[in-house]
Design a protein. Structure first.
Lengths: 200, 200
DNA sequence: CTTGTTATATATCGATCGATCTATTATTAT
DNA sequence: ATAATAATAGATCGATCGATATATAACAAG
């Protein structure tokens, strides 16, 4: 019983996401956002309250569509937990090497952005911790099935692999050399007897 | 043959550094900078050209005083290259755990800041690559002296350890838990037979 | 003391920032 | 048809942004 929206949230948030991703939060102006979304500031504020609220919605969608809804559940359903771990790194490496998307990870960029308010930082921590939780769960599955080198501690190994994720995503923005990124990932997977290469 | 400066560059850049470090480049205004330095915008522009020029000078001093001038040369002079590597991680871990300094690394924060111009990004890459070069040099020294596990490739190990540095510094801002940071560093040093603990 | 040079402060520039007010449009429910 | 509701555009708000023009202050060299 109201006027219908001319731009749906998904398309709107995707366009805003690309701006925030490339330029950062502070460097992306309302003017940039209205130009990209073809919507007035009034319309944006009616939906999201303010710029920070829009940004948080962008972050949520970024994390949800990128990880929570698609990638992680699919990987967790794999019979072999080692494939789940390798699959995550394969996806993140491919994303880091892609030229169609801005380099680096929007969540990690935001984690290092000192201008982010506490609500935003909290959201970032929550979503990034889901990645580590995924790794820990798969490593525990793998350990229970004796698929890991003896003495491997799932919780500690998950922290180390999560660190590898952070390094990968930072390096993707710092020096996006696909060869180097692959080398880094392989070196971090090797101690667990894992590799990106499918037939090895 | 000219009017003397009322504030020396070192003190000025230190105060500006703390602002950029905590808030980021875009979120730090000229007003913030003039308040902190007790200098007018005209004086700042006379010295540094513009805000970006001031920021680059801050970055240079940050990298020089933190790494190039003091830490790395002292470590490189140690007789045992393993002590040099461990010493670097000990210093970075202590810095990451300190509450007297803003969390995280200004260079890495800037690397992920999409608003940085190319001159700034180039400076960041150059200074961070010095860290990896240091690690590579020490690992080569160690390999030559047969101080590393057999088969260790210095260049690859340096990339992995540099990744650990990135992860450490990101995690310091994301979740600055000293216990966790130490655990991460130890886990990354262990494969090379190294440890932070001096008597082990 | 004068001249030249540099550092600084004050005042202010136009532009742009995020945000809001008012009015209008498009829809559903009655 | 009419009323109620929500979405949007257009205009504009005061504040603040980075930057600059002008004038003054403090020193060294002659």
């Amino acid at each position: 019983m109201a006027r219908p929206r001319t731009v749906d949230d998904d398309a709107l948030l995707d366009r805003a996401r690309d701006l925030f991703w490339r330029q950062g939060y502070a460097a992306t102006s309302l003017r940039d956002l209205t130009d990209a979304t073809r919507l007035s500031t009034a319309a944006l504020y009616n939906r999201f309250g303010d710029k920070s609220g829009l940004f948080r919605e962008v972050l949520r969608r970024y994390a949800d569509t990128g990880l929570r809804d698609q990638l992680l559940p699919g990987l967790a359903a794999l019979p072999d937990p080692r494939d789940a771990i390798v699959g995550l790194f394969a996806a993140l490496t491919a994303l880091s090497c892609s030229t169609e998307t801005p380099s680096g990870c929007l969540l990690i960029n935001t984690a290092l952005d000192g201008a982010a308010d506490e609500a935003t930082r909290s959201l970032v921590r929550e979503r990034l911790s889901e990645v580590e939780a995924f790794l820990r769960a798969q490593l525990e599955r793998a350990k229970a099935a004796s698929l890991l080198p003896p003495g491997t501690e799932p919780s500690l190994a998950a922290e180390v692999l999560f660190g590898a994720v952070l390094a990968l995503r930072v390096l993707a923005r710092l020096d996006p050399d696909p060869v180097r990124l692959h080398r880094l990932v392989e070196a971090n997977l090797a101690p667990l007897g894992l590799t990106l290469k499918p037939g090895a």
